[in-house]
Design a protein. Structure first.
Length: 293
């Protein structure tokens, strides 16, 4: 069998804060990437396996969900997906019909297939899995290649931990956005990563999908469309500037160099006292103060 492994599409109508596109441009870009995935699957005569988090939140706008169905209508094979922490309300499989991807399950299509998952909670880490057949398991849980790759204080598992838990030859994992392939004893963990870059930290980590031929054990990494110039860190600079401004005000308050306080009304009257403000504006401020008190 031939498959295209994907995960963490995080479809959404609004561009992430780090993206430069307008909302309209962002939706068009997501459609282009989805179309690329479908075209690639058709080229390889492969089904698509999505290891969770097709959407960024449980409730996707009608326009973006319609876009997904429109693009998938051109797929010649099948599309399989499971839930995930972003997709399922309160991360519970029982709430699938309250989620946008519940439409996939409700349609009962033989082309677009939502796979019911088994649920687990490992400490604070949620895990959803579905055994597709004797060869493949779809898993959505935070998985890193090795112990050394797990950040400090992060609750996660390793690729070997996945192989120890699930007995199929191929395990397709989602939730961790850095792609990797892990092999041990002729068994594999394929972690495709993400469909689009939605944080500054992922700017230079090119999104990919994987082609898998289970008969020949062939694995091919395929790069998705991505333009790093469309990722900006301006919001981080603005945040740092704002933090610096707040810290300077707090320092001034602590040193007694200003009469500014954390009291909004007091600050308002301080401004009135030290600036030219019309009598009409002062009257309105007095009325507001009386209303607050």
């Amino acid at each position: 069998m031939k498959y295209i492994a994907i995960a963490d599409n995080h479809l959404r109508p609004d561009p992430p804060i780090c993206r430069k596109e307008t909302p309209e441009e962002w939706v068009i870009f997501q459609e282009m990437v989805l179309q690329f995935i479908v075209d690639t699957a058709n080229q390889y005569q492969a089904d698509i396996l999505c290891a969770g988090d097709l959407t960024d939140s449980p409730h996707l706008s009608d326009s973006v969900m319609s876009m997904f169905f429109r693009v998938m209508s051109g797929l010649t094979g099948r599309f399989y997906t499971i839930g995930g922490n972003h997709v399922l309300p309160y991360r519970r499989e029982a709430n699938i019909y309250q989620a946008s991807v519940g439409l996939i399950k409700a349609l009962h299509s033989d082309k677009l297939i939502y796979c019911d998952s088994e649920e687990h909670v490992e400490n604070s880490r949620f895990e959803h899995s579905h055994r597709l057949n004797d060869e493949i398991t779809l898993i959505h849980t935070l998985t890193f290649r090795t112990e050394d790759d797990i950040p400090f204080s992060v609750e996660a598992t390793t690729a070997q931990g996945v192989l120890d838990k699930y007995d199929t030859k191929w395990c397709i994992s989602g939730d961790m956005h850095k792609p990797f392939v892990y092999e041990n004893g002729g068994r594999y963990v394929i972690n495709p990563g993400k469909m689009t870059v939605q944080t500054v930290g992922e700017k230079n980590e090119w999104p990919v999908i994987y082609f898998i031929d289970t008969d020949t054990n062939k694995i091919e990494e395929i790069k998705l469309p991505h333009d790093p110039s469309l990722i900006s860190d301006e919001h981080l600079l603005r945040k740092r500037e704002r933090v610096a401004e707040i810290e300077s005000v707090l320092e001034a308050m602590k040193s007694g160099k200003t009469d500014i306080s954390l009291d909004y009304i007091k600050n308002l009257y301080y401004y009135v006292e030290h600036n030219k403000v019309s009598e009409g504006a002062i009257k309105i401020i007095d009325e507001i103060k009386e209303g607050v008190e």
